[in-house]
Design a protein around this ligand. Structure first.
Ligand code: GBH
Length: 480
């Protein structure tokens, strides 16, 4: 019977475009998501982030909610185009935007809540996309991103000691430039690799700037957040076991290997060939080792089969149904997500053994099916979400206590129901129900469940029989 360490960080996460609203207020310039949402068919319910959860105006109420949920950390993102409306290094800074984030940070600190600040959660200033192609233009975007980061470190770094450069660069490059299901909606087989490369460089040169010019005084840490779901082979045929490794390299290794080890994965190079840019020696020196921790978001596990035409995942088919026809776990409102705690434990072990960095789980959460109507009595009994958090917290505890994985913190996704990108407002991930007509916030039962976990650090019973650890597909990681 064991507990989480007493300095374990518990928090909730959000992102600017998903919650702020006030799209045309406070001097904010448009981002590529404002533009993307206007194209009919891009967002399932035809909605956008113009109002979202109105957190630009209601941030004090949101901080009060965090406080009432017993967490001591909050991960949120800054809207680049609220700080620099046109985005570029020659463009004016919007002091009203800076003041807004300053007020939010001060409100958090007043309530003993530590800010974890993401610089980029997908909302590129439209100005940069129009001016030179945004993430496609290495010479320009890296300098503009570093300049934006410098403004943020200067404006907030006296109060912020935890920085995350990018959120899920795989989603930016592959969903934005290959599948076209996220902004800016491009469909290309060359662009995603250029964008991925430029995202890595922008991240790395920003970390260098922080370490060279800010860290000594501000004493913070800085890293990146990647996304990954634990892959399980459909069966033990060599093709499907190899497919798992390829999927891992394409989705995780594409970013993690350069940043933590200093090279692109061989399997990605072999398939992408000269569409994959190369780092110069000087760039590589900056890229390698450019993250103080391993930030990652994870939601589910995936059953992987060789084949298909999806290059972004490494030509594998992704599902949740095992060879014997059974499902991995409880289905969510969105088809890509099923609850499967054992995969979380395995993933934490894999990340630690492969990359050897302390880990922050910067997002983890569940969208309960058909949660759209607030029950009349105002109590949202979100049992599937509670079960999810229970299972995932247990799996994490086992990774920490039994396997010795240094997980430093955990952020539930999300504080509030919010704008779920291409899903619009139908899919709800919050521990707080938001009535989008009135913006009234109602805590769901899951918020009270997680409160017990993080306030009391209760004792969990380790080794629930279903939370086995399964690293057998990566034999190099099995302890002797
Ligand atoms: C995270 O993305 C995001 O960081 C967060 O903003 C978001 O609200 C949260 O998760 C919940 O979704 O891959 O073509 O089937 C998680 C990664 C990327 C998973 C998009 C679902 C669906 C489109 N997500 N993906 S596709």
């Amino acid at each position: 019977m064991e507990k989480f360490p007493s300095d374990f960080v518990w928090g909730y996460a959000t992102a600017s475009y998903q919650i702020e609203g006030a799209a045309n207020e406070g001097g904010r310039g448009p981002s590529i998501w404002d533009t993307f949402c206007k194209v009919p068919g891009n967002i399932r319910d035809g909605s956008n982030g113009d109002i979202a959860t109105d957190s630009y105006h209601r941030y004090k109420e949101d901080v009060a909610l965090l406080k009432s949920y017993g967490v001591r950390a909050y991960r949120f993102s800054l809207s680049w185009s609220r700080i620099i409306p046109l985005g570029g290094r020659q463009d004016p800074v919007n002091q009203e935007g800076v003041a807004f984030y300053r007020s939010l940070i001060e409100e958090l600190l007043k309530n003993d809540i530590t800010p974890y600040v993401t610089l980029y959660h997908w909302d590129l200033p439209q100005g940069l996309h129009d001016r030179y192609g945004g993430w496609l233009n290495k010479e320009e975007i890296v300098q503009d991103y570093v300049n934006y980061a410098k403004i943020c470190f200067t404006a907030f770094g006296d109060l912020v000691q935890n920085w995350i450069t990018h959120n899920e660069p795989w989603c930016v490059s592959c969903l934005g430039y290959q599948k076209g299901v996220f902004a800016p909606g491009h469909k290309s087989n060359t662009e995603p690799w250029i964008v991925a490369h430029n995202l890595i460089l922008a991240h790395a040169f920003t970390v260098k700037l922080y370490r060279d010019d800010f860290k000594a005084v501000q004493k913070g840490q800085i890293g990146i957040t990647l996304d990954f779901h634990w892959p399980i082979p459909y069966d033990e045929t060599p093709e499907n076991v190899e497919a798992v490794k390829r999927a891992t390299d394409f989705k995780l290794g594409e970013f993690a290997d350069p940043i933590y080890k200093g090279y692109y994965p061989a399997r990605v190079k072999a398939v992408i060939g000269d569409r994959l840019p190369e780092f110069t020696a000087e760039e590589l020196a900056v890229v390698k080792g450019s993250s103080d921790f391993f930030g990652f978001n994870t939601y589910t596990s995936q059953i992987i089969q060789d084949g298909g035409d999806d290059e972004t995942n490494g030509y594998v088919k992704v599902g949740h149904t095992r060879a014997d026809g059974t499902q991995l776990g409880t289905e969510a409102h969105c088809s890509w997500l099923q609850s499967y705690p054992p995969g979380f434990r395995s993933l934490l072990n894999y990340l630690w053994k492969t990359y050897e960095k302390p880990i922050y789980v910067t997002e983890n959460g569940f969208a309960v099916k058909n949660e759209n109507v607030l029950p009349l009595e105002g109590v949202v009994l979100d049992t599937d979400r509670i079960d999810y958090f229970d299972g995932y917290a247990n799996a994490m505890l086992q990774a920490v206590v039994e396997d010795g994985v240094p997980v430093k913190g955990y952020f539930g996704w999300s504080l509030l129901d919010n704008f779920e990108w291409a899903d619009g407002y139908e899919t709800r991930f919050g521990v707080t129900y938001v009535d989008y007509k009135t913006q009234k916030r109602t805590p769901k039962q899951s918020s009270q469940f997680l409160k017990k976990v993080c306030v009391a650090h209760p004792v969990f019973v380790p080794l629930d029989p279903h939370t086995f650890i399964s690293l057998q597909w990566f034999p190099e990681h099995i302890a002797a």
